[in-house]
Design a binder for this molecule. Structure first.
Ligand code: ADE
Length: 407
């Protein structure tokens, strides 16, 4: 080591140098990641520079060509008639749509690209697509049939759950009797167990994301917040979700895992039997404090098993909380449930949504259905591939060969 006696390196100087150095690295990192984003977002650029195909997602080819039946055919926004708005979300709307050639009805989720790109949410969107693709085979999860894009919008073509949101039905009735709450909680738990087996935390379980099909079975939707790739203990590090459903470990920004979803199931069950979430307060900050510090208070009026299950799900310490589907299945609250028959949809739903026909929208909140259908939805604008690898069709089996693989 060479010592510079004229100008010794003091601790303060060293600290200054280090902070300059780390600021420089931060700046370079930000520049590099910005450049990567631009590259990945713009196929024109990455095709030119990415001679080895590192940036090109395997399934990118599907964006230009979706295969339907024997002949290659593109499924586009113009293949559907958009009939009514049935839901709204942060980046767009869900519409009831009819496929022109098959006359099949679908729920089409249409998202605006611009705000997604602005808020750097591409990750969430591609995650939603990827989770939907990997979860084709569960009876209580909404199926993705196609996705495609125009220059301004992303389209997810999903199963249409004509029974509407569970939230809407609960609003109509205020509370559900225990047998009805048990049936929904069991079907939701079955879907969560399936996602967990695929290393996916659902993260956004809330009444609004629980839909009913025309027979009254559950369909979970909205996978934009799912976390794929949890580690073996099922932990990950980031979170954003609806506050009422957040467990203490998430509010405290500690690591969280699969048991986050079991807490949220506790919140949903509480809402079904009591008509409001646990730890409820009109004030958001009071409610957050309650979730963190207030012991769970359960008013009388529910059965002992229901009470015990709520305590096991709404346990503040995630290590003491109910851990998995197997534990839940043998809880006394579910003693009347035959889990094999449940997942085969052989258990008769306690409530069948009233429907006079496929486009009867009585189960949807008029707050949505009265909204005007945007006129530009069928417009065949150029595809503008700012989401490479997004498009997909399920008609002829998976367009992506790896979608069923378990990590
Ligand atoms: N709202 C959100 N997603 C939906 C779907 N798949 N079917 C009906 N309504 C919905």
């Amino acid at each position: 080591m060479v010592k510079n006696l004229k100008s010794p390196v003091t601790y303060a100087k060293m600290k200054g140098l280090m902070s300059q150095f780390s600021a420089l690295i931060k700046e370079r990192k930000a520049l590099a990641s910005d450049l990567m984003l631009k590259l990945v977002a713009s196929p024109k650029i990455y095709r030119r520079f990415d001679s080895h195909g590192f940036l090109r997602p395997e399934e990118d080819a599907a964006d230009e060509l979706c295969f339907r039946g024997a002949s290659p055919q593109k499924v586009t926004a113009a293949d559907f008639d958009y009939l009514k708005v049935i839901g709204t979300g942060s980046f767009g709307k869900v519409l009831l749509a009819k496929q022109k050639d098959t006359k099949n009805y679908y729920a089409v989720k249409v998202l605006q690209k611009h705000p997604i790109l602005q808020r750097k949410e591409q990750g969430h969107i591609m995650c939603e697509r990827s989770v939907l693709l990997r979860t084709l085979n569960h009876p209580f999860l909404v199926r993705l049939h196609y996705c495609f894009q125009t220059s301004g919008k992303l389209y997810f073509v999903l199963d249409y759950a004509s029974g509407g949101e569970l939230f809407y039905h609960l609003q109509q009735e205020r509370v559900f009797l225990e047998p009805r709450a048990r049936f929904y909680a069991a079907e939701i738990a079955s879907a969560l167990g399936y996602l967990h087996a695929l290393d996916i935390i659902y993260r956004d379980l809330k009444l609004e994301n629980v839909l009913l099909d025309r027979s009254g079975h559950i369909l979970l939707t909205d996978f934009g917040l799912c976390k794929e790739g949890v580690d073996r203990e099922g932990r990950t590090g980031t979170f954003c979700g609806t506050p009422e459903y957040l467990p203490p470990e998430v509010l405290e920004q500690r690591e969280y895992g699969l048991t986050t979803d079991w807490w949220a199931l506790g919140v949903v069950l509480h809402e079904m039997v009591y008509g409001q979430p646990p730890f409820f307060s009109e004030s958001r900050s009071r409610m957050l404090k309650n979730i963190l510090y207030q012991p769970l208070l359960l008013s009388p009026g529910i059965s002992k098993p229901a009470r015990d299950l709520l305590q096991r799900l709404l346990e503040k310490d995630p290590r003491k909380r109910l851990q998995n589907l197997a534990e839940l299945e043998c809880h006394p609250f579910f003693s009347s449930i035959n889990w094999t028959e449940l997942v085969e949809k052989k258990v008769r739903p306690p409530f069948r949504p009233s429907l006079s026909g496929p486009v009867d929208l009585v189960n949807f909140d008029p707050e949505f259905t009265q909204l005007p259908v945007p006129p530009s939805l069928s417009a065949c604008e150029g595809s503008g591939l700012t989401f490479p690898g997004f498009s997909f069709t399920s008609d002829n089996g998976p367009a992506v060969s790896t979608q069923f693989s378990r990590r």
